[in-house]
Design a protein around this ligand. Structure first.
Ligand code: 5AD
Ligand code: FES
Length: 346
């Protein structure tokens, strides 16, 4: 491996696709250490030791889509479906607010129950009750008009992972009714409307290569997302990818460092999926350059049902337990949880 791209990256230069590719295929523990060190410096300059927390409310596991990797895909007849009512969602926010959360993320499958009208009601109630909080939506692909109405109702941010920036790879992960072009259209619309926008991808998804990952990095360099969610692919037993290999924690951390260096202000979660494949995954993610945690605020009664992948952690714990657990985990690595909205500083 030439160490040329490493130095160039650390000095703030944008790499070519080929250079990103060689950075990835040339992974070594030493390179990972160097990049993590640089990523931490950059993070510290902008955000200090604070780790931002987002209360994640999994509002529905009904989904009209059939993504091959996902445990709540519509063809999974074994999924025990649920959706939360407005009252239940507000109760989660009430509890989260008391615990110090100032961002609520409403995430769910693409569930037709949540029309614009229903969501506008929920968003307005949350923003009316907690005007000092940010509302983040993560509800999949919708039309420009729908995104606009939800934004006008008060939603601040939208998370929509691009999943892969390579069209052919995208088509191997999704059925033909989902298109790469529409995914990108959504991200561009969200940005244009004024949302803080999050993209992201799985590490180690089937058919992923250093070449497709290089495209992800190029996309991130150019799009400059406010947030970027990356976590390892973890197989789910009731999907076509049940027997595929899970992603690696080391490569996930390496990519977290690289993304921090490519776009230093980005808000980067250390994900639950990373904590699922490695007992110290979330700590390792933060030490690689991530600065966000998204503890689960969903009612305990539904947590096991929002099963995108096998063995997901934090499905038995109360929200307060997760918060305390994360607080301890962060203290153990010299970080503290911030009590504020945690907007991007750019
Ligand atoms: N493993 C890891 N992440 C997954 N997601 C969906 N299924 C899996 C899986 N099996 C991720 C996708 C999606 C996000 C909500 O969860 O990237 O965008
Ligand atoms: Fe949920 Fe540790 S963060 S139990």
């Amino acid at each position: 491996m030439s160490d040329f791209p490493i130095k160039k990256l650390m000095d703030g230069g944008a790499l070519s696709l080929e250079e990103y590719e060689s950075l990835i295929s040339g992974y070594s523990d030493e390179a990972a250490e160097l990049l993590a060190k640089r990523a931490l410096e950059l993070k510290k300059e902008i955000y200090g030791d604070a780790v931002f927390v987002r209360g994640l409310i999994e509002i529905s596991n009904y989904c009209k889509n059939d993504c091959l990797y996902c445990g709540i895909r519509r063809s999974n007849k074994n999924a025990d479906r649920y959706r939360l009512s407005e009252e239940q969602i507000i109760e989660c926010c009430d509890e989260g607010y008391k615990l110090g959360f100032r961002t609520f993320v409403l995430q769910g499958g693409e569930d037709a129950y949540y029309t614009d009208e229903v969501l506008i009601g929920i968003i307005k109630t949350i923003k009316g009750k907690y005007p000092d909080c940010a509302v983040t939506l993560s509800l999949g692909e919708r039309s420009y008009e729908s995104y606009k109405r939800l934004f006008d109702a008060g939603a601040d941010r939208y998370l929509l992972r691009h999943e892969t920036a390579d069209k052919e790879h995208y088509e191997k992960l999704h059925p033909s009714e989902l298109s790469f072009d529409n995914r990108m259209r959504c991200l561009k619309d969200l940005r244009k409307i004024g949302y803080q926008v999050g993209c992201g991808f799985m590490v180690g998804s089937p058919y992923q290569t250093p070449k497709t990952l290089a495209k992800d990095l190029k996309f991130i360099e150019e799009f400059k997302p406010d947030m970027c969610g990356i976590g390892p692919f973890v197989p789910h037993h009731d999907t076509p990818f049940a027997h595929e290999k899970q992603g690696s924690a080391k490569l996930t951390c390496y990519l977290l460092s690289i993304i921090r260096i490519i776009y230093p202000p980005v808000l980067l979660p250390s994900t639950t999926a990373l904590g699922t494949i490695d007992p110290y995954g979330r700590e390792k993610g933060i030490l690689a350059g991530a600065n966000v945690l998204m503890p689960n605020l969903s009612p305990v009664s539904v947590r096991k049902k929002y099963e995108l992948y096998d063995n997901k952690i934090c499905t038995g714990e109360e929200s307060a337990q997760c918060k305390n657990c994360l607080e301890q985990r962060m203290l153990s690595i010299g970080c503290k949880l911030a009590v504020d909205r945690g907007d991007i500083k750019k």
